[in-house]
Design a protein around this ligand. Sequence first.
Ligand code: ATP
Ligand code: ZN
Length: 293
Amino acid sequence: MTRLKLAIQKSGRLSEDSLALLERSGLKFARSKDKLFWYGETLPIDLLLVRDDDIPRLLLAGVCQLGIVGGNVAQEKVLSEKASPDLQPLLRLGFGRCRLMLAAPEGGPIRGVNDLEGKRIATSYPALTQQYLENAGVRSDVVFLNGAVEIAPSMGSADAIVDLVSTGTTLRANHLEVIDEVLSSEAGLYRCPNPLSSEAERLIQTLLTRIEGVQQAQEAKYVMMHAPKAKLSEITALLPGAETPTVLSLEGNDDRVALHAMCTEQVFWEHLEELKKAGASAILVLPVEKMLA
Ligand code: ATP
Ligand code: ZN
């Protein structure tokens, strides 16, 4: 029988979210002692736990059919290998968000990408940096550093850096400031570019459907409220995406009804005041665990 291998980061910023997403999607694994290979018990999808940097290569080589990795790492690998066909995310996963930024000494002469002509730029992302420079028509010297990139300018080994930035604390500590964004990234579910057997393709589709169900449920809320019967259509219109709400009568009250509907949390907050103005009361918002079909 067909089994697929899905690579996730063994330990790091993506590990917990990757595993939690798969488990919420109904995948369970027999965790082996060596912790590198976990057998899939509920779907024929096994986990391979590796360094995140290895995931694009495993996908391109077809060793793993699926992988969860940051767009930054996937794109860097594709560019540096000139891989064709390249890696495209089947789904963006909404976690592991980070930004690859051009940063330079605070108050220094580098104010934009055009000031980089002939300068040295330290980075762990040489291919993405090179592409960024080429797009701007700028020629610079890209210096590869595998870590501690932010100290390069004060050490005198670079004029600017391209590095992942989250809060900017590390930059400030090194007297650097953000100049420009090179790439905005999040984790994605990727697949190997080669075509697979129809059974394997069906299995990937099953996994996609399940993850999408989990993603929709994360945004969905089940909203319950009491509302004046006369204002039902007005209130329903304030809850777009609520499809047809359930309306229940309230014992001993002919003017008001109970209304239950699904809507996204965002929509709910945007319309809360209007709902109250329209006479909604006893508003309850409940999480939705899963939304299937
Ligand atoms: P490994 O040992 O697996 O090589 P690593 O040290 O390269 O780990 P992590 O620091 O765990 O990697 O980051 C993994 C990925 O998480 C990054 O490539 C990026 O996609 C994403 N990431 C980076 N910084 C952040 C951040 N501040 N917040 C959320 N996600 C981030
Ligand atoms: Zn890594």
